[in-house]
Design a protein around this ligand. Structure first.
Ligand SMILES: [Zn+2]
Length: 546
């Protein structure tokens, strides 16, 4: 039986209404408890800040797509070697490499080093789910899960074409269980399949795929209804059509309107908030979009902030990667995933001297600073698309310290910033409690993870302890201690142990009557047998909807 009493720290636990209260935190057997015997071991946190472990709602860390990216980045591996850590008991961990797509072990070590203990991979093709489970098995220190791609799924679209919503729902339930996924991801609904089959991309949510009834609107609607009927803990996770294109705000607002009144999560919103196009210059449309989100409590978002520096674009959105390759001439890979999706990767660099990158940086900050509900507008950089997760401390600093933000704004390319709220001057500075919401409590709530993101009795004892520091980036870069399931895994910058985390996945009930048709679909079109498709042997039981 393990016990620990953390004494004297200021606790930031917004899910339980606690904002900097100084009191003891008691941990027994990996969970938060109300009391401990007086002789329990203690950890002195006097003068320090205590938060739940960080929860990353949208990252790319454990997928075949990440592996394609790693292959494209040998120069990053050479520039950022990660020596094998020596643990507290003298045993030696695994070495690896860093850069924008770190190796599996390095990913776990570095997330833990920042105080993050739960990470969701945002895009895994069902066919490649097994690969993702193996990568998560090799990524220590964090609990992890992934969202499985369904926005361009051939079997799903056939159910939409045939007007069979019940079959679509049962297929979703079966697919989530068969792949060991946590939620459903929608990327450029219909557009990837259209592009792969010669129709180019889809730019309007009411444009049908050639020869069928499926439109982006129909796909979004079918998937949202199915996920909500199945009570999946996290609503469908949507990457809208027209990512990164000037004028895409119209598509973004139309997609949101299409799901009015229905639970849904719109991801990396920054990439979908641009005005301009058709001869007019790019501009920020953040104000319009965040006003809509503020008014719709059924919708949640993560920001997908762009941070200046190196990045790697990793997405299922093949047509977007193709356009970027054409405009940038950088090295590029694009992959077809049969019957399901696509995948593209391009190494990238955001420079503050570049007009579009500066606009993207400003749009993300506008979304954060104009958000009226931090519980529904949570932090992400869409790692490594908008920047590495390693840049989170700098992003937190931009939100908490206007002087740092203004200094960066002053040296940015101003060409496309006219009319942006940031240029007009936004004086808001996030509080420590608001940071605790957008990095832990909020993502956990949006994900329906009732044991994460808070420090109430019964919660997982994932805890991060920071030293106060006027330099906010320094404070959030080096926690004094990080606890995972009640064990101190990082202390004073050293990795003490690197335990294997749990897998977060769901297994909704479904009517097995749908399966003969799925089996026939595999027999007719897939290169894998139906019998060999499902992932087996996950060690953690499925998460039950709250
Ligand atoms: Zn993403």
């Amino acid at each position: 039986m393990s016990m620990l009493r953390i004494t004297g720290g200021a606790i930031h636990d917004p899910a339980n209404g606690v904002d900097g209260e100084i009191r003891d935190l008691c941990i027994r057997d990996g969970r938060i408890v109300a009391e401990l015997p007086s002789d329990a071991p203690t950890f002195n946190a006097a003068g320090r800040v205590i938060m739940p472990g960080g929860v990353d709602i949208h990252s790319h860390v454990a997928s075949a797509s990440c592996n394609h990216g790693r292959r494209l980045l040998p120069h990053e591996h050479a520039a950022d070697p990660m020596p094998a850590p020596v643990f507290a008991d003298g045993s030696v961990g695994r070495s690896g490499t860093g850069g924008t797509l770190p190796s599996t072990f390095t990913t776990g070590y570095r997330y833990a080093g920042l105080g993050y203990t739960t990470v969701m991979d945002a895009a895994v093709a069902p066919l490649l789910a097994r690969h993702s489970h193996h990568e998560f098995d090799d990524t220590p220190c964090i609990d992890g899960g992934f969202y499985t791609l369904m926005g361009n799924d051939e079997f799903l679209m056939r159910q939409i074409d045939a007007g069979e919503p019940a079959k679509a729902r049962d297929y979703m339930a079966w697919l989530l269980g068969a792949t060991g996924a946590y939620a459903v991801k929608v990327v450029n609904p219909g557009g990837i399949e259209a592009w792969k089959t010669g129709q180019r991309n889809i730019h309007d949510i009411d444009e049908a795929l050639q020869g069928r009834k499926s439109t982006p609107r129909a796909i979004l609607s079918a998937l949202a209804d199915a996920a909500n009927a199945l009570r999946i803990p996290h609503g469908i996770h949507i990457h809208c059509n027209n990512l990164g294109i000037p004028g895409n705000v119209a598509t973004t607002l139309a997609s949101m309107e299409a799901l009015d009144g229905r639970r849904a999560h719109f991801t990396h919103l920054q990439f979908h908030c641009y005005g301009g196009g058709e001869g007019k210059p790019w501009s920020s449309a953040a104000r319009e979009v965040i006003a809509r989100i503020n008014a719709h409590p059924e919708h949640t978002v993560d920001v997908g902030q762009v941070m200046f520096g190196p990045a790697t674009l990793v997405t299922a959105d093949g047509p977007v990667e193709y356009l970027l390759w054409k405009s940038s001439g950088r090295k590029w890979t694009n992959v077809d995933i049969e019957l399901e999706s696509g995948c593209g990767v391009i190494p990238y660099m955001y420079r503050d001297t570049a007009a579009v990158a500066a606009l993207q940086w400003a749009v993300g900050l506008e979304l954060f600073l104009l958000s009226e509900d931090p519980w529904r507008v949570v932090l992400s950089t869409d790692h490594p698309n908008g920047g590495s997760f390693a840049s989170y401390p700098k992003l937190i600093q931009l939100l908490m310290d206007k002087s740092v933000r203004d200094a960066q704004l002053a040296v940015c390319n101003q060409k496309l910033l006219a009319g942006s709220a940031l240029l007009d001057g936004l004086s808001r500075e996030y509080t420590l409690n608001e940071i605790a919401i957008i990095t832990r409590a909020g993502p956990a709530r949006v994900l329906g993870l009732t044991h994460k993101g808070h420090l109430g009795v019964g919660a997982d004892a994932d805890v991060t302890i920071y030293d106060r520091n006027a330099d906010i980036a320094a404070m959030f870069t080096s926690p004094v201690a990080v606890l995972k399931a009640g064990e101190i895994i990082v202390e004073e910058g050293h990795l003490r142990i690197a335990p294997r985390g749990a897998r977060l996945h769901v297994r909704p009930n479904h009517d097995a009557a749908v399966l003969p048709a799925v089996r026939q679909h595999f027999a007719d079109y897939a290169t894998i047998r139906f019998e060999n498709f499902a992932v087996r042997g996950l060690k953690t039981p499925p998460v039950v909807p709250p």
